[in-house]
Design a protein around this ligand. Structure first.
Ligand SMILES: [Zn+2]
Length: 662
């Protein structure tokens, strides 16, 4: 009977192309419906709108030839391509960020600039839909001959940008460019049965967005087709790092169990696979991704949520190989962690994915953007002797617009909606409206997160209505810094009570996959309050993480802290973390950013007067949130502080203080 039933399902599925039953447990509320009001994210979104967007536009249009390449194609006078073959993608990613910013900060000048760029992009599209300035200017006969040429990567970013711009402005021109390009790619590959795959994943999730806005399932089929081309051994290239593992081609996606290769490629692949799984109902992708996710989080993730430790392949090396000073941890990879974990949470309804999302968002990703909004980290180290500083731009400039689009759309990760209720996933002062059944419910969240864990939710249905409220209970509050065994809090609390109240009274709740679920008949004016007390906590790493052996990191709430020279002039590499350290927190400012700093008395190893021995002195040390470091000039920094003198580097610090040679 069971067999017959599944046969019927597969026949139905085959006939309709895709089952219309979504696999996902809930859907995140789009940022465009969320109004952020807090003191943490709102100023950052404002800064991206007023500063970061200008920096991206200036770099894209004036300082580098990215826009000029499109103009050259349109002029058709045999001019040369300038720059790198994937530069078109930076234009698209900037346009995507501009679109999100236009939603939160309507700005006619910015919109005019976007329209101007879109006109230039449209003018560079060939009659058959192809659009890539590198091959069009250099040698069009060579198009689609090299899987590593990023043509479909560029196309994916174009599709994401076009959908974003259409959703925000209702203007179709850019969307029509994306549709013509997608049709061209579909005809060239899937419909022609050509052997091909994308050397840099990204088009998969762009196609899913195009499908969602057009309802044309050829784009969903094409996304699935791209996923299915991996693991067939179609392509290998001579360069040492272009191995099948580098671009996640060792196995069919549905058979993959381990994370390999280039970190950003991997994140975009699994984000696309999760998107296709959610719409197609294909559990094969999800089962594979659960195993790959465990490989990432249990063995290959930094305490900052950063991933991809190695610079040579911009990606994963061996399990547990997480050096601090040489950490690569590309900003884009942390952005990818946010995207992928959002999708995994949507598919499973499990809050462990949000714990990872939150860790990557508040630490590894946010570190990519300066407090001033116009400087960027490409790699995000966890220790420095002052040689790492954010830059205005990069030759390969994937990171700046990526962090810009993430910050402007951070409202995407806060609320969720299922048939039976409302989900509160991240704690950000904000409000939204969610329709459950036929009832509109106004939701308002007040909190000073990430500085304190008190959260107040106003639940205001227009009329009395029964539904569930899913409130995420953060892993860090449950003494789990990250899912798995990599990191542990030293000071664990045993008697923890969830202070969850409805209208001032403790309320009954069910525990479901890391969410506290309140089932209730809600009425106007209901207030849910929850407290997740925050304290500075010491973290140790699993012994396999050799670079963190005999070291301690500090976390408070979702924020990882670091010790930076700007606050600790007597050095950060000569500190020793004694047992039983007590912490105090203090209001502090880093440039214009109000933060809570953590202070403690630590030991400091210094040379004695004669210079022939070492003295241990006690001194007050200030730790700041990791995302804030490197905003006050070149400074040494450490996230993991040693507990033993053998890990101390006295000269390392003093060399820096003398001015250094780097
Ligand atoms: Zn990047």
């Amino acid at each position: 009977m069971k067999k017959i039933f599944s046969l019927l399902i597969s026949i139905t599925g085959a006939l309709s192309g895709f089952s219309q039953t979504p696999l996902q447990k809930f859907e995140f509320v789009n940022f465009s419906k969320v109004n952020i009001t807090d003191n943490f994210w709102k100023p950052k979104i404002d800064k991206v709108a007023t500063v970061t967007m200008k920096a991206c536009i200036y770099q894209t249009e004036v300082k580098t030839p990215r826009i000029r390449n499109f103009e050259k194609v349109a002029r058709n006078k045999g001019e040369k391509f300038e720059g790198l073959y994937y530069d078109d993608s930076d234009v698209y990613k900037a346009l995507e960020a501009m679109s999100y910013s236009l939603k939160t900060h309507p700005d006619s000048t910015l919109q005019a600039k976007a329209d101007e760029w879109i006109d230039k992009i449209a003018a560079a599209q060939l009659p058959d839909g192809y659009l890539d300035t590198y091959f069009t200017l250099r040698d069009i006969s060579q198009r689609w001959t090299n899987i590593e040429a990023h043509e479909d990567y560029n196309a994916g970013h174009l599709m994401e940008a076009a959908v974003a711009y259409y959703n925000v402005t209702g203007k179709r021109k850019f969307l029509d460019v994306a549709i013509r390009l997608a049709n061209h790619i579909d005809s060239t590959f899937r419909l022609a049965g050509k052997k091909w795959f994308s050397g840099h994943e990204e088009i998969e999730l762009g196609l899913v967005k195009l499908y969602k806005v057009t309802n044309d399932d050829r784009y969903l089929k094409l996304a699935d087709w791209y996923l299915q081309q991996r693991g067939k051994g179609y392509f290998t290239y001579g360069k040492s790092w272009y191995t099948p593992g580098y671009w996640q081609d060792l196995k069919l996606v549905k058979d993959q169990t381990e994370i390999t290769g280039h970190a950003v490629r991997a994140m975009y692949l699994y984000t696309g696979a999760a998107d296709v799984a959610a719409l197609s109902g294909d559990e094969g992708y999800m089962n594979a991704m659960k195993k790959v996710w465990e490989d990432v989080v249990y063995r290959n993730m930094y305490i900052t949520g950063g991933i991809g430790s190695a610079g040579d392949n911009e990606g994963f090396s061996k399990d547990y190989d997480l050096p601090n000073e040489d950490a690569y941890c590309e900003t884009c990879a942390s952005v990818g962690m946010v995207l992928w974990n959002q999708r995994m949470c949507q598919l499973t309804g499990e809050s462990k994915y949000l714990d990872v999302l939150e860790r990557s968002l508040y630490n590894g990703a946010l570190d990519g953007l300066s407090l001033s909004g116009d400087h960027f980290f490409y790699d995000n180290v966890l220790a420095s002797n002052g040689q790492h500083q954010r830059r205005e731009w990069f030759g390969t400039a994937c990171c700046p617009a990526n962090i810009a689009r993430l910050v402007t759309s951070v409202g995407n990760y806060i609320y969720g909606k299922s048939n039976d209720g409302i989900w509160v996933n991240l704690f950000v002062g904000s409000n939204t409206n969610i329709t459950i059944g036929k009832t509109d419910v106004a939701v308002k969240m007040e909190t000073n997160y990430p500085w304190d864990g008190e959260v107040k939710l106003n639940i205001d249905p227009v009329k009395k209505s029964k539904f569930k409220l899913y409130v995420r209970v953060p892993g860090w509050w449950q003494d789990e810094p990250a899912p798995g065994n990599l990191y542990h809090f030293i000071d664990r609390s045993d008697d923890r009570i969830l202070l969850l109240k409805l209208n001032g009274e403790f309320v009954r709740y069910d525990w479901q996959n890391g969410f506290a679920v309140i089932e209730n008949e809600w009425k106007k004016g209901d207030i849910v309050s929850v407290e997740f007390p925050m304290a500075a906590k010491q973290i140790t790493a699993s012994p396999e993480l050799k670079y963190d052996n005999e070291r301690i990191a500090i976390q408070r709430g979702p924020l990882v802290y670091c010790v930076e020279g700007a606050d600790n002039k007597e050095g950060v590499w000569n500190l020793i973390f004694p047992a039983n350290t007590n912490f105090t927190t203090t209001n502090y400012k880093i440039l214009d950013e109000p933060v809570l700093a953590i202070q403690a008395e630590l030991s400091s190893a210094v040379a004695n007067k004669n210079g022939d021995g070492i003295e241990i002195q006690k001194r007050k040390v200030t730790a700041i949130p990791y995302y804030c470091w490197a905003n006050r000039g070149a400074n040494p920094m450490q996230v993991w502080l040693p507990t033993k003198i053998r890990e101390v580097k006295i000269n390392y610090a003093s060399k820096y203080e003398d001015g250094g040679n780097y």
